[in-house]
Structures are given as structure tokens and as C-alpha cells.
Design a protein around this ligand. Structure first.
Ligand code: GLC
Length: 740
């Protein structure tokens, strides 16, 4: 439909009909009994004399039959005949689930991430979905915060590339929302990942320099990739709730970023302006949110109950409402809903290539898991070995992370299934070994748990341990499948203690006492503190939540059919006391002096080192990679010139393998004190055993710019050190360059 036709539609709408387009409700408001997933407080909305058939959009109707029936009935009963738009949390999978975003970031393979998002969009498109509330790109430096699982981790370069890849994957590279695409919604604007003390929904407070330098770039990258929607954040930013923050949403997002798409709140966030003490009541909240540029009110009655009276009382300019409604109509038009309200549902070629999903899911599992330890080449396992696979994740299908409500659990490959496919089943023996945790009372399951509740019943721990010990005694080697329940992370999943549950530590110690090699495979949504158990493992593979087919990839690595290549997109602290800890830390006037740990007056702790257990970028392989011969084509360069830094990488191992070459920059002198190093580029590279390849990274002036204390993007002439490294603490290969 042409723009002027949309204007005509807008002009034909009554004020009630316009306001209705700015309201989003869940499925049961349209059709009794619709299967829905509450993702927030399901308080009764208190809709007053409201016509449901004015509503513009529906949230989390994930059953295609329900969706079709709702659209059908809606179009029959609504006067204006503008179709409903359906939006859902299809974060990293619809029915087929890929690894959680933090795991995907550990691939450092942004092409793969884009391919994954494309497959997710295709599957959801055929189910009639129009918009996904993804990608979440909130940068996170605090693993106590549960939603770290949903984020691309602690780094700006990774976050911006992840954002771009996901938006292009969901929407199609040209962003034209062609067939099999979804409109993407980047979230949560802004800086939701930096709550005080890592506590969910906590206040966020930082300088504009920090906001612009570290936390905004990933949202900006999504906007520059033509993302169709942005979602507000629950948190306050420097005292002002993001959802009512005019500077953040109009000055920054609309004017500076140039975002012209639909701006939707997070779940009930407008109403929460009252709770924040920023709005007097719902009516005040409605005015504040509309003036701050919020288009759609998700799941409250604030807009529906108050916008009309505000306009009629002359307290709200109707053009703000018209602009918001026009953006909603344009989104529906971009999706072709006026021509076909059943987009995707009736697409003739809706058979999906299952094989492609499996292949991608396995590849994702192989590339996102991170090998953290492998003493004496314990891994890969020999085909002849008698293996005891022990632990609460040995046969557990709940390995898709919290944000996978519509997962098809029947297709999920457990570690047991994955291993039986690659090892001789007669050489495998399984036992649950331990509970995940001994008390679920504070986990606060929402109704997402559905048919999984049986998995979260506490069993007789002693019996589990004894059974495991009896079985492990028969084996040559023990694989321990441990971790966190997937509801210990995700929204509402903040924790003060991110060590492994003590019941599982008990299992580990019991297995260790048998004197056989112990390999850990850990399933979790966050970096855990492993300082108390790392020495008990001979090898440790960090599986995150690998999704539907990821365990096939894990099993391939255990069997040596695949070579681990994941690298950490987030620092692993030794203990909670070090948090926040991240690789691009800021300098101190008294840097620690390694030669004299007892010297008191330096930037250090008395009871712990400054170093993490595993640094950002770290990841082992079954091969070894030697870096040498670092070079640059310019030791001096002007702002208009590109410089190229190269390094020779040799695979000195016996297996072909992939690794991630990381290019870091250290800025010696600047207008503000700069981080010790910053990641500027990565290159994933495959190298045959014994071969050497030269890897080059091209850097432009943009890689040397930063926001100064005024929030202005600047650069300085002077000296820089460039590192080509295997992780953030690898400083062996460096070269000096000078910007003149
Ligand atoms: C939730 C989440 C948000 C999600 C939304 C809709 O509270 O914060 O990420 O997209 O509500 O379910």
C-alpha cells in the first residue's frame, strides 16, 4: 500500500480506533483459552469501556491455529479492517532452538549467527508470526544478572556485530521483510544490562561517556541495520525511567540515531513509571510515555484508559498519537499485512528443510561450546573407553534456556542421545547422580515451566549419589554433566552466589575420589565461579544451553569428530567478589606490580588476585596454535589511511582446527584515561594440522576513536600498541604504530 493510502486510513480513524492501534494484548483477550505465556506480572488490566476490536497488536500467541482464528474473528468484527500484527519472544529459536545468545557470541562467527536467525525467522514466519522481540543486545559485565544468557556478553565489538547479524538474519539483508522474514525488535533501550549489584530491574547509573562508549553501540548497530522496532527498558537511567526518558528516546534514538520505526514498551513498563515515582498516576504515565516517544503500550490499560481524555482535555497533542499510529500502520504495511493478513500461514511452500536446521544446530553446538581445560589431552575420548555419563544434565532436555517458550521438547537431543549416536552404546552407562539444586522455592517459576515441572522435583540425593558411584566404578572414564537449572538465569534470575550448587559439588568430589579421569560438561546461562572445582576436572567443556541439536555437537567434540573452537565472549571471575570484572578494564595510577604481590599500595585485593579464572576471548582446541611474525604495513599512519596488521598462525597440533585471532588496541595517551586494551577485530580461521596461515586485520581511524568526557567522539595522534592475540590476556605478539 502506498504512503498516501496509509495517510488516508489514518485520517479515517476515530480517536478510539487510533489509540487502539497503540495497545498490545495477549491472546486470551481475543480468544478464550488461547495458549499464552505470561512474561510479566499478569495483573488484571482494568480495561475500561474498551473495544477489543480496536486493538493493534497481540503478544506471544505462539500456536498457529490460535493465531489464525484470532485474526479471522478480529477482521470480521473490527470496523476499520486493519489487521492485527502478531509479536512474540522468538529470541534464539521458535520450535527449533539454537544456543543461547551468549553461547552464539562465543562462536565469534557472525555469518553463522545471521544464518541461525534466518532459520528462526523462517520457522516462525510459517507459524504466522510477524515480529520477534529480538535481538537483545544489552551489554553485560556482571554474570550475577540472569539475563546475561540472552546477551552477546561484555564486549562492544562482539555486541555490535551480533546485533547486525541478528537483524539481517531476521529481516533479510535488505531489511525489506520479504517472505520468510520477521521484523526484528532490538532491546532493551537502554543499558538494561548494567543494574546496580547485578540485581534484576535495578537502577542504572553511569556517565554519558560510559553510556555512549560502551552501552549504546550495539543498539545503534541494530538501528543502522534498519531494525524495525526498538523496545524500552525497565530500568531508570541516571534517575529517569527509560520508558519515560525523553532525552534517551527522542533526542538520542529518534533524532541522533535516526530511528523511524515502532517504539514499544517492555511488559507493563508504562504503568511502572508510577512505581518508579516518576508519574503520579496512570494518566500522568500515559502523557509522559507518549511525550517521550513510546508508540505501543505492552499489556497495560494505561494508553487505552487515558490517552483520549488527555487529548480531549488539551493536555496531549493529538499529532503525537497520529505519528505513533502512522508508524504502526507503516510496519503492518512493510509486512504486507493489508494485502495478506495471514502472511506465512498460507504460504504454499511451507515445508521446512529439517536437515538444514539439524545441520546448523549441530554446527552451533560445536562452535559455541568452549573448551576451558584439557590436561594431558584427556579429550577427545577413545571409542573403546567405557564411559560413565553422570549428572543431572546427562539426560535432561531442559537445555534451551529460559527464553524458549515455544520449543519443541520432543526433538531436543539430550547429552545421552548425542553420545549414543557417536559412541558404542554398549560402552556407555548413565546415572543422574545429583539434584541440580536442593531447593527451588526461590526460583519463582512463572507458567513457562509447563510440562517441565517433573524435572524440578527434588529427589533423594544420597540414593542418586550411591547409584552414580556404583555405575562409575564400572567405567574407565567419567563424563560429569553438571550446571544450573535454566530458570536460574534469564529474566528474574539474578543470583549472589554463582558457584555450582553444593549438591553437585558433592557429586563431583565423590566421582573424583574414584581415581578415574573426570571430564566436566557444564550447562548454564552464565559464567559460573569455578575456583572451588576447576582442579577436580581433567577436562572441562562449557556447553552453555546448546539448544535443540547442540548436544550432537557436544558429543562430536567428546568423540573427537569435531575440534572445539569456541572462545569466551565474557570474562569468568574467580569469585563473586571480583565482579564487575571485564577484560577492557580501566587503568589505575597504581597498577599492580606482579613482582611484589605483598606490596600494599597498588590496585589489588589482599585475598585474591586481579586476574579472572578465564579471560575474555579464551578457548582451547585439540590443536595448538602458535602466533608469530607480527607485522604492520605502516608504523606511522594518517587519519585517512588504513593500517593492516598481520600475524602468522601455525596449527602445531595433530588435528585440523579453527581458532579466533583477536586484534586488540592499546591507546597510550588520550583526553581521558583509556582502557588497558580494546578488541577491534576478530578473524575466525581454519588451519590444517601443521599448516601456517597469515591472518590480517585492517584498522581504520574509526578503530582509534573514543568518546571523551563530553560524550564527543574523538581521536588523538600519538602511539598505539596493537596486539594479535589468542585471548585478552595474551600480550606476547604486539607492535607499535603511530597516528600522525
Ligand atoms: C519481558 C522481557 C522482554 C520481553 C517482553 C515480552 O518482560 O523483559 O524482553 O520481550 O517482556 O514478553
Amino acid at each position: 500500500m502506498k504512503h498516501n493510502q496509509l495517510m488516508h486510513i489514518l485520517d479515517s480513524l476515530t480517536l478510539d480506533q487510533k489509540i487502539g492501534q497503540l495497545v498490545q494484548l495477549s491472546g486470551e483477550f481475543f480468544k478464550e483459552g488461547t495458549q499464552t505465556t505470561e512474561t510479566g506480572p499478569s495483573t488484571k488490566l482494568g480495561l475500561e469501556n474498551y473495544n477489543i476490536y480496536n486493538t493493534g497488536s497481540a503478544i506471544n500467541v505462539t500456536n498457529a491455529q490460535d493465531l489464525r482464528a484470532i485474526q479471522n474473528e478480529y477482521l470480521e468484527k473490527t470496523e476499520h479492517k486493519i489487521p492485527l500484527i502478531f509479536m512474540a519472544d522468538i529470541i534464539y529459536g521458535f520450535e527449533t532452538i539454537f544456543p543461547i545468545p551468549l553461547a552464539q557470541a562465543c562462536t565469534f562467527d557472525f555469518e553463522l549467527i545471521q544464518q541461525g536467525a534466518k532459520i528462526v525467522a523462517e520457522e516462525a514466519y510459517y507459524a504466522g508470526q510477524h515480529v520477534t522481540f529480538s535481538p537483545m543486545v544489552d551489554l553485560v559485565r556482571d554474570p550475577r544478572w540472569g539475563r546475561v544468557m540472552e546477551s552477546p556478553g561484555e564486549d562492544v565489538y562482539v555486541g555490535t556485530n551480533f546485533a547486525r547479524a541478528m537483524v539481517n538474519g531476521f529481516q533479510g539483508k535488505d531489511g525489506k521483510l520479504g517472505p520468510k522474514s520477521l521484523a526484528a525488535c532490538v532491546k532493551h533501550f537502554a543499558a538494561y544490562g548494567a543494574p546496580v549489584a547485578g540485581r534484576e530491574y535495578g537502577a542504572v547509573d553511569m556517565s554519558e561517556q560510559q553510556l555512549r562508549e560502551v552501552y549504546l553501540p550495539s543498539y545503534r548497530a541494530a538501528v543502522d541495520a534498519n531494525v524495525k522496532l526498538v523496545m524500552t527498558a525497565f530500568n531508570t537511567l541516571n534517575g529517569i525511567p527509560a520508558t519515560g526518558n525523553k532525552w534517551l528516546n527522542r533526542t538520542l534514538l529518534r533524532n541522533e540515531f535516526g530511528f523511524d520505526g515502532v517504539f514499544i514498551t517492555d511488559y507493563a513498563a508504562i504503568k511502572e513509571l508510577v512505581q518508579h515515582g516518576y508519574a503520579e498516576d496512570d494518566c500522568d504515565a500515559a502523557r509522559i510515555a507518549m511525550e517521550a516517544g513510546v508508540d505501543i503500550d505492552m499489556k497495560t490499560s494505561v494508553y487505552s484508559n487515558h490517552l483520549k481524555s488527555l487529548v480531549e482535555a488539551g493536555q496531549l497533542d493529538i499529532t503525537l498519537i497520529d505519528e505513533a499510529v502512522l508508524r504502526v500502520l507503516e510496519l503492518k504495511n512493510d509486512l504486507g499485512l493489508f494485502e495478506n493478513p495471514y502472511r506465512g500461514l498460507d504460504d504454499p511452500n511451507s515445508q521446512i528443510d529439517e536437515g538444514k536446521k539439524i545441520e546448523k544446530g549441530v554446527e552451533f553446538g560445536e562452535k559455541s561450546a568452549v573448551l576451558l581445560k584439557n590436561d594431558n589431552q584427556t579429550l577427545p575420548l577413545s571409542a573403546a573407553a567405557k564411559i560413565a555419563v553422570i549428572g543431572p544434565f546427562a539426560e535432561n532436555p531442559a537445555i534451551v534456556g529460559m527464553w524458549a517458550f515455544s520449543a519443541d521438547y520432543h526433538r531436543i537431543v539430550t547429552l545421552r542421545k548425542g553420545m549414543e549416536d557417536v559412541f558404542n552404546p554398549e560402552n556407555l552407562i548413565f546415572a543422574e547422580g545429583s539434584n541440580i539444586m536442593m531447593d527451588y522455592n526461590r526460583v519463582g517459576f512463572s507458567d513457562n515451566i509447563g510440562n517441565l515441572s517433573a524435572l524440578f522435583q527434588v529427589k533423594d540425593q544420597e540414593q542418586l549419589l550411591d547409584d552414580a558411584e556404583a555405575k562409575a566404578k564400572e567405567a574407565d572414564i567419567i563424563v560429569l554433566a553438571l550446571g544450573e537449572s535454566m530458570f536460574e538465569s534469564g529474566e528474574g534470575g539474578s543470583k549472589t552466589n554463582i558457584h555450582l550448587a553444593s549438591c553437585q559439588v558433592e557429586l563431583l568430589k565423590r566421582m573424583k575420589s574414584l581415581g578415574k579421569p573426570v571430564i566436566g560438561v557444564i550447562y548454564t546461562g552464565r559464567p559460573l565461579c569455578l575456583d572451588n572445582i576447576i582442579d577436580d576436572f581433567d577436562a572441562l567443556l562449557y556447553a552453555w544451553y546448546p539448544g535443540t541439536y547442540g548436544n550432537s555437537g557436544i558429543a562430536n567434540m567428546l568423540a573427537g569428530k569435531a575440534n572445539p573452537s569456541g572462545h569466551l565472549a565474557m570474562t569468568f571471575p574467580k569469585n563473586e567478589g571480583q565482579i564487575p570484572i571485564y577484560y577492557n578494564t580501566y587503568r589505575s595510577g597504581r597498577p599492580i606490580r606482579s613482582e611484589d604481590v605483598a606490596y600494599r599500595f597498588t590496585s589489588r585485593y589482599i585475598d585474591q588476585t586481579n586476574q579472572p579464572l578465564f579471560p575474555f576471548g579464551f578457548g582451547l582446541s585439540y590443536s595448538e596454535f602458535r602466533y608469530d611474525n607480527i607485522k604492520t604495513d605502516h608504523s606511522e599512519f594518517k587519519e585517512s589511511e588504513l593500517i593492516t596488521v598481520s600475524i602468522d598462525v601455525t596449527n602445531t597440533g595433530l588435528m585440523d582446527g579453527e581458532t579466533v585471532v583477536q586484534c586488540y588496541v592499546h591507546d597510550h595517551i588520550a583526553q581521558i584515561s583509556r582502557p588497558v586494551i580494546e578488541l577491534k577485530q576478530t578473524k575466525r580461521i581454519f588451519i590444517k594440522a601443521g599448516e601456517t596461515k597469515t591472518v590480517s586485520c585492517g584498522l581504520s581511524i574509526d578503530d582509534f576513536k573514543y568518546h571523551n568526557d563530553k560524550g564527543t567522539k574523538v581521536y588523538d595522534k600519538g602511539q598505539f600498541t596493537i596486539y594479535m592475540a589468542q585471548h585478552a590476556e595474551d600480550r606476547a605478539n604486539h607492535i607499535e604504530v603511530r597516528l600522525v
